[in-house]
Design a protein around this ligand. Structure first.
Ligand code: FPP
Length: 235
């Protein structure tokens, strides 16, 4: 079923790749006197409707910043709650997205996660829809700087440090660069997200906390994107 927003006038120029920094789960929970983990649970529930809305518009790839390499430094109980959420919710959440014709990919050093969680990730990747035109890329234990160093080292090991040889080793190899990066939760920074790939991304910031972000707000951003004049360094 098409989401409600797609019935409205659609944006005319649709980005190929949208990256989303899903910030504000903790504050959403605190405002409701709930534990922070409840905010992350609400955040997970919000992924499928928002990503579905983007896919319905014709966005080919959505990358979600779900667990940064720095998130590991949060208090142990919050890290455990996040890992447990991935353990319990990744499969049901991605099942809906696969039904919509998306393949699921992961970016980041997933060796950090316990074996059972990595097995779920492998499972989810193998359930991918056939004839794939769309990708939902989930950044887990991802850091942009570490990705750049890793890709540079791999290219050097291959004896070829050119742009093409380097890009082959990015977690996002084969995906277009993000045309749009959205950050919810009021902060205006990239926080180590897709640092190399974001060279020419159009940035969108909103005070809305991630669990409250919806298709209507995404639609407004995509419409604004269609109005922006992208020059890629040219005149
Ligand atoms: C930022 O909010 C959000 C995160 C650190 C985690 C985002 C993760 C998810 C939405 C779930 C991932 C799970 C799956 C299954 C993909 P914050 O905690 O920094 O919020 P705050 O700035 O209000 O404290």
């Amino acid at each position: 079923m098409k989401s409600k927003q797609t019935l409205e006038a659609a944006p005319t120029v649709v980005p190929a790749h949208v990256g989303i920094i899903m910030d504000g789960n903790g504050r959403w929970a605190t405002a409701r006197r709930l534990p922070r983990a409840a905010g992350h649970r609400a955040g997970v529930k919000n992924i499928t409707p928002v990503v579905s809305c983007a896919l319905d518009y014709g966005v080919k790839c959505v990358t979600l910043y779900a667990f940064s390499s720095e998130n590991k430094n949060r208090p142990e109980d919050e890290v455990n709650a996040l890992v447990d959420l991935i353990r319990k919710r990744l499969k049901p959440m991605t099942r809906d997205l696969i039904k919509r014709g998306a393949r699921i990919a992961f970016s980041g050093d997933t060796s950090y996660f316990p074996d059972d969680v990595r097995a779920i990730m492998r499972d989810v990747e193998s359930e991918n829809a056939d004839g794939i035109a769309k990708t939902v890329n989930i950044a887990l234990n991802y850091g942009g700087r570490a990705e750049i160093i890793r890709a540079a080292a791999m290219a050097a090991r291959d004896g070829e440090v050119t742009q093409a040889a380097f890009e082959k080793h990015l977690y996002t190899a084969g995906l277009p660069d993000p045309d749009v990066i959205v950050r919810t939760g009021g902060e205006k920074r990239l926080s180590n997200f897709l640092l190399y790939q974001a060279a020419y991304s159009e940035l969108f910031f909103t005070d809305t906390l991630w669990p409250d972000f919806d298709g209507a707000e995404l639609t407004a951003m995509l419409k604004e994107f269609a109005m922006r004049h992208r020059r890629f360094g040219k005149v």
